[in-house]
Design a protein around this ligand. Structure first.
Ligand code: HEM
Length: 501
């Protein structure tokens, strides 16, 4: 090839290379400009809301909202948001992609993540699965799972272990009981490792990790990382499990018929959602069924485990209340051959007050967020602009001194019906509020009462000690993740309660 020919071929290739190189730069410039215009527009529209001084015009208050800094004047704004964000109809707010999208590969377009008509149809179809009569079936299963946990604790005591990190124990316990309630499946996950239970824990941990790494928010990057690959692996285990359960159950129903199935065993969650039909006689498709079964497992296990752990933690730190609860449970059990909580959950009023106070002080879910799909006018000539994501701080609402006197104190008597007069219906929102509140709240409260009551009946609880800490009995620090945990775990000392005590 002559020098001239070579030069000519380069001149035709060079513009192509230049275009190829310029395209990403142009795209990046366009994307950054779009982001800055959007930022400026929202800053202008939100100027009507008072807010603390921001350290940076670009990052706003990012990193400024830490638990220790949530002083009274700031939390006041959060109550304000709670009242106005919970009340609008579900039709003008939707689940935002920033917080909820990472759950989509796992839960699909299920009750927790769907919006609009798809959500209301699901909510209508699933509500019967949480009816009081159905919950009664689950109470026996809560007792069984709690007994398994306590057998484990008795074995640990025999071995000389009294200081226990309770989060791990109760996470496995709530998974165990949910598997029994959802699928009538005995995983034995509290005693030996279960592939399905481990995969659920892995998925929850990976979602927390993903939220904390900004680059992992992009699917394209995430699925190429080690974490993304681990997520996919755990996901295939979980999805295969629910698919198999639903398919087997459908086969059983078509073989034996609904009536025979109902006659021979107590219905579980899958049975109920398999059989529910809307006004047009249409039920959920197989795919929708699996999504709801996955959601039941996701939304139900970590949240309830967190609530149980913090309830026991608060009682361990307030011995007089612990004794009062124990006495209440002992009175209920008097004359019974077996220690079993039956449908008499309402006979534990003081224990229930302690659980509610713990849900206030240590809410498992710290906040919920929503995207507004239309402008919403608030009192005082202020408007939340369409497209804005609004965070409702459950923590802020529950610690607002304008609503709760001495909000940081554990005082179960606040929940004595006598003391509730004049309290706003939005002052206590551990299960959120409004149309999209927690569908599983009665289920969770029933499980909490069974576990807390049986635990106090059999064990005396004292503050524990994280062996890795340099200063023993240092103050426990909150760790808000998907649910509220504690840095280094939550440690309790356990002692057996003897009959004569
Ligand atoms: C103490 C335990 C629990 C707490 C503190 C809790 C809290 C919450 C909160 C705050 C929400 C609103 C979430 C949002 O708007 O993004 C929610 C929704 C939900 N929860 Fe729970 N939850 C608990 C237990 C359960 C249980 C046991 C189940 C199922 C067995 C469950 C199923 C759901 C579902 C399906 C939703 C979505 C409801 C909808 O959007 O219509 N939760 N929960």
């Amino acid at each position: 090839m002559s020098v001239l020919q070579l030069a000519l071929s380069w001149t035709s290739v060079c513009p192509l290379l230049a275009v190829l190189a310029a395209a990403p730069v142009a795209l990046l410039t366009f994307w950054t400009a779009k982001l800055l215009v959007r930022h400026a527009w929202y800053t202008h529209r939100m100027a009507c809301f008072s807010k603390p001084h921001a350290r940076s015009w670009l990052l706003g208050h990012l990193g400024q909202v830490t638990l220790s800094k949530w002083k009274s004047n700031t939390v006041h704004h959060h109550l304000f948001s709670a009242v106005f964000c919970c009340l609008p109809a579900a039709s003008i707010t939707v689940k935002d992609e920033l917080i909820y999208d990472h759950l989509r590969p796992w839960l699909g377009n299920s009750l927790l993540l769907s919006n609009g008509e798809a959500w209301s149809r699901r909510r209508r179809l699933l509500t019967p699965a949480f009816h009081f009569d159905i919950l009664k079936n689950y109470v026996t299963k809560f007792n069984t799972s709690t007994n398994t946990l306590h057998d484990k604790w008795h074995r640990l005591l025999v071995e000389g272990t009294t200081n226990i990190e309770v989060f791990e124990h109760f996470t496995l316990m709530t998974l165990d009981s949910l598997l029994k309630c959802a699928f009538s499946y005995d995983s034995d996950c509290q005693q030996s490792s279960s592939e399905y239970a481990s995969a659920i824990i892995e998925l929850s941990d990976l979602i927390i990790e993903r939220r904390q790494r900004i680059l992992h928010h992009w699917d394209w990057i995430y699925w190429r990382t080690q974490q993304g690959k681990r997520f996919k692996k755990a996901l295939s285990i979980v999805h295969k499990f629910t698919r198999d359960v639903v398919q087997k159950r459908l086969a059983l129903i078509s073989q034996k018929g609904v009536a025979e199935l109902a006659a021979h065993r107590k219905r579980d969650f899958v049975d109920i959602i398999l059989l529910t039909k809307d006004e047009d006689g249409k039920g959920l498709t197989d795919e929708e069924l699996q999504a709801e079964a996955n959601t039941f497992m996701f939304a139900g296990h970590d949240t309830t485990a967190s609530a149980i752990c913090w309830s026991l933690y608060n009682l361990a730190h307030h011995n007089h209340y612990q004794e009062q609860c124990r006495q209440e449970v002992m009175d209920l059990m008097e004359g019974r051959d077996v220690d079993e909580i039956k449908e008499d959950l309402s006979s534990l009023p003081f224990t229930t007050m302690c659980i509610r106070e713990s849900l206030r002080l240590h809410s498992p879910v710290q906040a919920v967020t929503r995207r507004y799909i239309q402008d919403v006018k608030l009192p005082g000539e202020r408007t939340v602009p369409k497209g804005a994501i609004c965070l409702v701080s459950i923590y802020g609402t529950h610690h607002n001194p304008a609503v709760w006197t001495n909000p940081h104190d554990f005082d179960p008597l606040r929940f004595d019906p006598k003391n509730q007069e004049g309290l706003s219906s939005h002052a206590f929102i551990p299960f959120s509020s409004g149309p999209r509140n927690c569908i599983g709240q009665k289920f969770a409260l029933a499980e909490l009462r069974v576990v807390v009551a049986l635990t106090l009946l059999r064990f005396r609880l004292l503050p524990g000690n994280d062996p890795k800490r340099e200063t023993p009995f240092e103050k426990v620090r909150r760790l808000p993740q998907l649910v509220l945990r504690a840095e280094g775990g939550l440690w309790l000392q356990i002692e057996p309660v003897t009959q004569t005590q």
